[in-house]
Design a protein around this ligand. Structure first.
Ligand SMILES: [Fe+2]
Length: 392
């Protein structure tokens, strides 16, 4: 017992050190969280990072071809709004015009804003590279890829040590993206804290693997809930969106809160019923999109699963009754979900829907491989041991 306590204490101290490292390193580089990549498509991606002090930063992109980064006239990308370059602490830069299925290196460079009290004379610190010396590379999506490989993590609820341990087993070069299937945090009370816990424990993976965020019910809680989207922008401007990689097309949905809007837990601020109806209208059109409809394999990602159990709560029942018919009509092959904090394998035809639903545990990482005719799912625990397998 004493031995376990010592081990636990050691892990907590180690974790605290790791979480505070970026802040300690911030003085020369100004970077505290990131960079990470989101909203990947066949021709672009968004690079995001958080700095300690407000700064005017930009991203330099180079092909991942071994050429010298510095010696070429590489394109620079700034965050832009209404014709101006945006400075601040939370940075989000869109890179477009890239080639499908191609790997690109990127570098974040910036200048701290020393004084912007005058709108006409802004003074800056020196220009410095703030991303790590070893440039990260990211691969764009490609509908013509033969295989789609991805990992899924969910329901971490601020447990940095588990998050780090589960992510450490990801084979980054062989993986196309990482799906965060909701409840990585328990609430968004303060956006700095949310960014830290979402990114720092998986910093090594998030710099190279595009993050696909399926918002959970808990990310809708807390004062800064409306700043959360800014950390994980999508192609639609909403938490519902679609993308394609190789043989697999994906629909990402958001069931919102799990209880009725009138529940006392939401303190009069929940308004999910009309919002879910808006999402329904989007879903009806999204499944008709040729890029989705023509895909050999169709996967739906949603934190709350469309299953009707005897003890299912309000939104679980609602999405099963309202979205299942649309997903069945669209020929969904598999839904990957979370929320229940345990592995659930609900086969096709059971629990109120014609397609299979897999719910990943909060204690496991799910690795998925999709080929032209098959879906292989394996889950691993923190120690890297295989726990569950599923195949279609
Ligand atoms: Fe959860």
């Amino acid at each position: 017992m004493q031995k376990i306590d010592k081990m636990k204490r050691f892990r907590i101290i180690l974790l605290c050190l790791l979480v505070s490292l970026p802040a300690l390193a911030a003085s020369p580089s100004n970077l505290i969280y990131g960079p990470w990549v989101s909203n990947v498509s066949e021709t672009g991606f968004t690079v995001l990072w958080v700095t300690e002090k407000p700064s005017l930063d930009f991203v330099v992109v180079a092909p991942d071809d071994g050429s010298a980064f510095e010696k070429q006239n590489r394109p620079k990308y700034y965050q832009e709004a209404y014709g101006r370059r945006v400075s601040g602490r939370f940075h989000s830069v869109r890179i477009d015009g890239l080639e499908p299925g191609t790997s690109y290196r990127y570098r974040v460079v910036g200048q701290v804003i020393k004084d912007d009290s005058s709108p006409y004379r802004i003074s800056y610190g020196p220009t410095r590279q703030i991303s790590p010396k070893q440039d990260a590379s990211v691969r764009t999506l490609s509908s013509s890829a033969a295989v789609c490989r991805f990992s899924v993590l969910n329901d971490i609820h601020y447990n940095d040590a588990r998050y780090m341990a589960l992510a450490s087993g990801i084979d980054v070069p062989a993986t196309d993206f990482l799906i965060l299937n909701g409840d990585i945090v328990s609430y968004c009370q303060e956006i700095d804290t949310v960014a830290k816990h979402c990114i720092v424990p998986i910093a090594a993976q998030a710099a190279r693997l595009p993050l696909i965020y399926a918002r959970g019910n808990h990310e809708g809680r807390g004062r800064d809930f409306d700043k959360f989207y800014g950390l994980f922008p999508t192609s639609t401007g909403e938490f519902w969106y679609s993308f394609r990689q190789g043989p697999a097309a994906f629909i990402v949905l958001d069931a919102g809160e799990d209880k009725p809007d009138s529940s006392h837990e939401y303190a009069g601020q929940a308004d999910y019923d009309p919002w879910r109806l808006r999402q329904t209208e989007w879903l009806k059109e999204a499944v008709k999109d040729p890029a989705f409809a023509s895909a050999p394999v169709k996967i739906c990602i949603m934190h709350v699963p469309t299953v009707k159990f005897r003890d299912s709560w309000y939104s679980e029942v609602w999405i099963t009754e309202n979205w299942t018919p649309i997903l069945e009509e669209a020929g969904i092959d598999l839904m990957l979900s979370a929320h229940h904090h345990k592995w659930i394998c609900s086969p096709a035809g059971a629990d109120g829907k014609a397609y299979p639903v897999l719910v990943n545990s909060n204690l496991e990482r799910m690795d998925v491989e999709v080929t032209l005719g098959n879906i292989f799912v394996k889950t691993y625990d923190e120690a890297g041991a295989l726990v569950h397998q599923w195949e279609k």
